[in-house]
Design a protein around this ligand. Structure first.
Ligand SMILES: Cc1cc2nc3c(=O)[nH]c(=O)nc-3n(C[C@H](O)[C@H](O)[C@H](O)COP(=O)(O)OP(=O)(O)OC[C@H]3O[C@@H](n4cnc5c(N)ncnc54)[C@H](O)[C@@H]3O)c2cc1C
Length: 432
């Protein structure tokens, strides 16, 4: 600490990927940074699917592939559409190193230890209760016991950022803009996992699941392989759960019992159960990300690319860019909104905001046409493959004609036109 008691250059609230990346960037540049985490240790409160992405992690921890506690290197992505008792799966397999499955309790803890080695002052088991404002500027944070002061405060407190709400940068979350996710970690021995998923050594697989118990709802299921466990879960927007009076763990039970899913987890024992929110609002729900003396990073800024299941990479890069902006501001001794807005400009130039912008219309389209895209066409894909693989003495041409006719009769020409138009509009906004 310098200048006055409890005063430092930067306070970062939340030791998830965003907060740690921001703090370590500052510490490596010789700045004083205090990282405050409410959990017993970094990662203890955090859960995800999940996979971390090599390119982003390397920017913060260049040697992580040999030093960090990783589970498996992803070599297979499966996209499975579940019907009532059937499924269609597309598999992409390549021996590359785009992502690794990790257990956040271990991985975040390792990242925090690296941050400490770089000079970050980590305060854990401490909840930030509020922000301290003087005139128009954030000048510190209040914890249960103390007040800490800083030139800049970075909010990395996750999806439900109460602190961003307190200073008016975020509104109450609309239930349409977050998904509630539940997941189980199921213990299985390594050999069984390798056999069931067709893997060897530390190779891993990801299964993204559409339909099944989530049919017609804005929700997805997932399975990830760890060294000696499989993570299975699902996330559904909160408004769907409330409107339909669904209990997420009941939907997860149904998913686990689906005939195309059950064999992958059969015989396993439940190791862990957890729940967490995921930002789902997309580009249009990103709040203002800075003000005098304060910046917002990661989930707190709703920076999640939900189509690609990317969150940790956006969190890490936003944290790094906020850290770099804070370094410049400290060098200039100017902590105004104008100076800190360089962070938003850096984000806009990076893949983070470019990707968020690319999918800016996705959620609107999905909310309006979910019954079509997340129910009707899902069922139709399975129906097509059932027809295509049937051998029943009926000429193939008759099967095709019946199948195509059924689309026109079930869906109707007007709805088909609206579906096609929605796809064209969406592709237009994605590609142009
Ligand atoms: C089910 C699920 C699956 C996912 N799968 C993937 C995936 O496969 N790949 C991927 O890249 N992303 C995935 N994500 C998203 C990813 O987990 C998040 O985008 C990422 O964790 C965001 O990092 P963050 O640092 O912004 O927030 P978090 O990881 O949420 O960290 C916030 C931290 O702040 C702390 N905190 C909160 N409030 C306070 C306070 N007042 N005082 C002190 N500390 C506080 C919390 O304890 C926590 O440690 C998934 C998310 C979920 C829920």
């Amino acid at each position: 600490m310098s200048v006055r008691e409890n005063k430092t250059d930067v306070i970062v609230v939340g030791a998830g990927p965003a907060g740690i990346s921001c703090a370590i960037t500052l510490a490596r540049a010789g700045k004083e940074v205090v990282l405050i985490e409410r959990g017993m240790f970094a990662g203890s409160k955090n859960m995800f699917g999940g996979a971390i992405y090599t390119s982003a992690v390397k920017e913060i921890f260049p040697n992580f592939e040999t030093e960090a506690p990783l589970e498996r290197r992803t070599i297979e992505h499966n996209f499975a559409i579940l019907g009532e008792n059937d499924s269609t799966t597309i598999t992409y397999r390549k021996d590359y190193n785009v992502s690794y499955s990790v257990i956040r309790g271990k991985f975040d803890r390792w990242c925090a230890q690296e941050a400490k080695k770089a000079g970050v002052y980590l305060v854990d088991e401490t909840v930030v209760r509020g922000l301290i404002k003087e005139d128009d500027k954030i000048i510190g944070v209040k914890t249960e016991l103390e007040e800490y002061y800083a030139d800049i405060v970075v909010l990395a407190d996750g999806v439900n950022s109460l602190l961003a709400k307190e200073i008016g940068l975020r509104k109450d979350i609309d239930t349409k803009d977050v998904a509630l996710s539940v997941k189980e970690v199921i213990k299985l021995d390594k050999e069984t996992i390798n056999q069931r998923y067709g893997l060897k050594d530390n190779q891993g697989a990801i299964v993204e699941i559409f339909g099944g118990p989530m049919l017609g709802m804005l929700g997805l299921g997932f399975m990830y392989t760890n060294v000696d466990s499989v993570t299975i879960g699902l996330g559904i927007t909160l408004n769907e759960l409330v409107e339909n009076n669904y209990r997420p763990f009941e939907l997860l039970d149904k998913l686990k019992q689906h005939p195309s899913v059950a064999p992958f987890i059969e015989g396993g024992t439940l190791k862990e159960y957890s729940a967490h929110l995921i930002p789902e609002g997309g580009y249009k729900k990103i709040p203002q990300l800075c003000d005098n003396g304060v910046m917002i990073v990661g989930d707190a800024g709703m920076l999640v690319n939900n189509l690609h299941w990317e969150g940790t990479n956006l969190a890490m890069i936003s944290g790094k860019l906020a850290g770099e902006t804070a370094i410049d501001a400290l060098n200039k001794k100017d902590f105004s909104k104008k100076t800190l807005s360089a962070y938003e400009k850096k984000l806009k130039k990076s893949f983070v905001m470019k990707d968020m912008y690319t999918y800016r219309d996705l959620m609107d389209v999905m909310h309006i046409r979910k019954k079509a895209f997340l129910s009707y066409y899902m069922k139709k894909i399975n129906a097509f493959f059932e027809m295509f693989t049937s051998v029943d003495g009926v000429p193939k041409k008759e099967h095709y004609q019946k199948f195509i006719k059924s689309i026109f009769t079930d869906r109707g020409i007007v709805e088909l036109f609206k579906d096609a138009w929605a796809i064209v509009k969406l592709l237009w906004s994605i590609l142009l």
